[in-house]
Ligand binder design. Structure first.
Ligand SMILES: Cc1cc2nc3c(=O)[nH]c(=O)nc-3n(C[C@H](O)[C@H](O)[C@H](O)COP(=O)(O)OP(=O)(O)OC[C@H]3O[C@@H](n4cnc5c(N)ncnc54)[C@H](O)[C@@H]3O)c2cc1C
Length: 295
């Protein structure tokens, strides 16, 4: 099959069960799973990937599930596209930060294909939805040759394009616990254009009242596009946890964020510019969250 003159040849495989899919992937090292294909097909076309088999896992059982309840929280099947996530009343009511992050990805048209699971498995440091998933405490369900398991997202990323996934592994769903009462979040993406560009810097802030802390509040920060993996900044969390929270705390958090990242120069921005933007946008995102918490 040569579906497009600039695509390499590949065979299309559509397994009917997770067991079949994992075994196929484990038995054919030249095979690759895909969901929306919005990352994968770009990489096929530019020649950076040349798998012999593309394994379509979208239609496997439960992959398009999106369900919420007040005990177990939110489950998003891996093949659920971002527009469905954004349109979900449960996501809007309980996880607005996730909807906000999805809305910044490319265009409406692309989001009818693109999935959060694909964004995560692609493991780009620039993935726009990853910060929200990390701060909302996401866990992944993964089917492998040994069966089903769960992994916390905060241990999943090993480097650009590298994750803990092993041959035969398929991410089947993302789970989110019920967010803490009174929580608020903000995602600020700086791109070269307002639509359709990867981030130069992405800053996600999330906070909630927490009576166990001396400040009374937990405020957390995640950064995209400024290190080999998405960053969670425990220094910033500790700064706010040990409060009191004053106007100076936000300046200090911005300084810590800029100090903690290790951006590179590339076509979208210089390392120096990125650090400055991390400082400014971290202050803004955290201040926005603090204002929401204080009203
Ligand atoms: C024009 C354009 C604009 C874009 N803009 C943005 C943007 O603004 N922000 C952003 O973050 N991204 C952007 N992207 C990248 C892409 O759209 C997103 O990363 C998207 O979320 C990928 O989801 P997908 O379902 O299409 O993944 P796919 O392309 O299907 O898969 C992505 C990767 O994950 C692997 N994979 C897929 N499914 C599984 C699974 N179930 N288990 C294990 N591994 C799996 C694949 O092998 C592949 O390596 C853009 C892409 C394009 C083409």
């Amino acid at each position: 099959m040569n579906a497009h003159p600039t695509l390499p040849e590949f065979d299309y495989v559509r397994p009917t069960s997770f067991v079949e899919a994992s075994e196929y992937l484990a038995g054919n090292l030249d095979a690759r799973p895909f969901l929306g294909g919005t990352d994968l097909f770009v990489r096929l076309r530019d020649g950076s990937l040349t798998p012999g088999y593309l394994v379509d896992v979208k239609r496997l059982d439960g992959m398009d599930e999106l369900c919420f309840d007040l005990q177990s929280g939110l489950t998003i099947g891996a093949a659920t596209n971002m527009n469905r996530v954004i349109a979900s009343a449960d996501v809007q009511n309980h996880y607005p930060l996730l909807a906000e992050a999805c809305r910044t990805v490319a265009s409406y048209q692309l989001r009818t294909r693109a999935t959060i699971a694909g964004n995560i498995c692609n493991a780009s440091p620039a993935g726009d939805t990853i910060g929200a998933c990390l701060l909302l405490g996401a866990r992944l369900s993964i089917h492998g040759v040994q069966g089903m398991r769960q992994e916390p997202l905060n241990q999943f990323f090993l480097g650009p394009g590298k994750t803990t996934l092993k041959t035969g592994d398929i991410v089947t769903a993302i789970h989110f616990p019920i967010p803490p009462v009174g929580s608020a979040g903000r995602y600020i993406k700086l791109g070269r254009t307002r639509l359709g560009d990867l981030s130069i810097v992405g800053v996600t802030a999330f906070g909630y009242p927490d009576a166990s802390l001396s400040s009374g509040y937990r405020l957390r920060l995640a950064l995209a596009s400024v290190a080999p993996v998405p960053l969670l900044l425990s220094q910033v969390e500790n700064l706010f946890a040990n409060g009191p929270i004053k106007p100076d705390s936000f300046q200090e958090a911005g300084r810590l964020a800029a100090e903690s990242c290790s951006p590179i120069d590339d076509v979208r921005g210089s390392a120096r510019y990125r650090k400055e933007m991390v400082r400014n946008l971290s202050i803004k995102a955290l201040t926005d969250v603090w204002e929401k918490l204080s009203t």
